[in-house]
Design a protein around this ligand. Structure first.
Ligand code: IPM
Ligand code: MG
Length: 355
């Protein structure tokens, strides 16, 4: 076996949902000759408890040497008091950065069976299929200077920097245009060019790239606050939404609720062609339900499907996994977040049974 999948289960519900994805890989190895070797490493809070650090150098090396990485979730209240650079979340940011996965694909698809699970009316979300392309390795998440400074007079000052270069903007915009060309051909780019210079540059560079190389793409620009509003007003107006790291984080959570549950949303973080991709559910570690076997494994399973599609070159198996999730929902098997009573294991078994 030359292809490897590195599992980073992480914290909270991460290990529970990742275990279901592992079962699916094992099944596809046996039934379809997938030929993917599975490795696993501690990550996030789980790694902090073992070593004091959320991401070991060996784990970074292991990730870079894998075909793909599937992450569970990171974080939890027990690590929230640590300094920023020692927190579980810092491990995830360092991993994204080390893997140079600058383009984060976050599909928000409303499965037919879940149109009534959304907090929006059925007619607004039925058939919804939006693809977010979120910049993932730049912007305010990584900009310098950053920190909390003591001003010495009883005051402190917290600083973060939103910064983007032309090439950082263009490489992620290119991904959005390429993907849009295979869909509706429409891209909406969201920023705050009315108040931020980095947003103005974003708008200019995205437009310039479209004009120079993608004249067949229909590009529109929207202020990010308006995008948030339009997403709940009439979400089906969107196809591909291109946006920066912070707005993409916020808007994709919002879109998650349009689909019925954040527990349904997968993601793929891609970088340079031929390098490993990083796949992760959009949801967090959900400490409130962790360890109870209640978590919805769909986002992890659908993230695995994205890995099959983008890293393992098995679109056929990706289609089958997605169809199995859809058929499971159609059959009425649902976890608590979807208004049902199935546990993680039952949901996983139902998906496996339909593969
Ligand atoms: C996400 C998460 C992460 C982010 C956290 C856990 C660092 O919210 O992937 O959406 O903010 O990017
Ligand atoms: Mg988020």
């Amino acid at each position: 076996m030359t292809k490897t999948l590195l599992l980073l289960p992480g914290d909270g519900i991460g290990p529970e949902v990742t275990a279901i994805s592992r079962q699916i890989v094992e099944r596809l190895n046996a039934s379809d000759g997938l030929g993917v070797a599975i490795a696993e490493a501690p990550f996030g809070g789980a790694a902090i408890d073992l070593t004091g650090f959320p991401l070991a150098d060996e784990t970074v090396a292991q990730a870079l040497g894998s075909t793909a990485v599937l992450m569970g979730a990171v974080g939890g209240p027990q690590w929230a008091g640590l300094p920023y650079d020692r927190r579980p979340e810092a491990g995830l940011l360092r991993l994204r950065s080390a893997m140079e996965v600058f383009a984060n694909l976050r599909p928000a698809i409303c499965f037919p069976a879940l149109a009534d699970a959304s907090s929006l009316k059925r007619e607004l979300v039925e058939g919804l299929d939006i693809l977010f392309v979120r910049e993932l390795t730049g912007g305010v998440y990584f900009g310098e200077p950053r920190g909390i400074e003591d001003l010495g007079n009883g005051e402190k000052r917290g600083v973060n920097t939103q910064v983007y270069t032309s090439s950082e903007i263009r490489r992620v915009a290119r991904v959005a245009f390429e993907l849009a060309a295979k869909r509706s051909g429409r891209v909406c780019s969201a920023e705050k060019s009315n108040v931020m210079e980095s947003g103005l540059l974003w708008r200019q560079e995205v437009q310039a790239l479209r004009d120079a190389e993608y004249p067949h793409i229909e590009l529109s620009h929207m202020l990010a606050d308006n995008t948030a509003m339009q997403l709940v007003k009439y979400p089906k107006q969107f196809d591909v939404i291109l946006t920066d790291n912070l707005f993409g984080d916020i808007l994709s959570d919002e879109a998650g609720m349009l689909t019925g549950s954040l527990g349904m949303l997968p993601s793929a973080a891609l970088g340079v062609a031929g390098k490993p991709g990083l796949y992760e559910p959009i949801h967090g570690s959900a400490p409130d339900i962790a360890g109870q076997g209640l978590a919805n494994p769909c986002a992890s399973v659908l993230s695995l499907a994205m890995a099959l599609r983008y890293s393992f070159d098995r679109a056929d198996l990706a289609d089958r996994v997605e169809a199995a999730v859809s058929a499971t929902l159609d059959a009425g098997v649902r976890t608590r977040d979807l208004g049902g009573s199935a546990g993680t294991a039952a949901m996983g078994a139902a998906i496996l049974g339909r593969l």
